[in-house]
Design a protein around this ligand. Structure first.
Ligand SMILES: [Zn+2]
Length: 157
């Protein structure tokens, strides 16, 4: 939906609604998978050089865990969202779908972990990693003496 700057009154233009997950148009193996429609609710203000937005964005996604690579449910919720776009010369409008799409992609976590998800699961790979690190602590800190020293010891006696 194209919103013309000339349609934005001084007191701001209220925009609210739902957009289908298909606006994201991501590759099948993308680590971000929209899981339903996203909701937007914000006001747009047109200034001389920028158009500013203030409101909230929310929507369900499946994200790929950066540690175990499993997908998990993530409800993206940005209750105090704000952004602005520059008004380039000759630019008269902005595209609502493109704005919402770009903002979600920008704000979603870059390195999500499945144990940050809504279902309270623990990341299986993270446990393995912790087990591995704990096991590592049992290794004696003193390195074993290199043979050259025992040879020297023998020589001194
Ligand atoms: Zn994980």
């Amino acid at each position: 939906m194209e919103i013309f700057f000339s349609d934005i009154p001084d007191e701001g233009l209220h925009l609210e609604g739902e957009l289908p997950g298909t606006i994201f148009d991501l590759a099948e193996d993308d680590p971000i998978r929209p899981a339903g429609p996203v909701r937007y609710r914000f006001d747009a203000y047109a200034f001389e050089e920028v158009v500013a937005f203030s409101g909230s964005l929310r929507g369900p996604f499946r994200l790929q865990c950066g540690t175990c690579l499993e997908y998990f449910d993530h409800e993206a919720d940005f209750p105090a969202w704000s952004a602005e776009i520059d008004r380039e010369p000759g630019m008269e409008s902005f595209d609502l779908e493109a704005l919402v799409r770009e903002e979600f992609l920008l704000l979603l976590p870059s390195y999500p972990r499945c144990d940050d998800g809504d279902d309270g699961r623990a990341c299986p790979k993270a446990e393995l990693l912790e087990d591995f690190l704990e096991a590592g602590e049992e290794v004696p800190e003193e390195p074993s003496r290199p043979d050259v020293w025992s040879a020297l010891d023998g020589w001194k006696q």
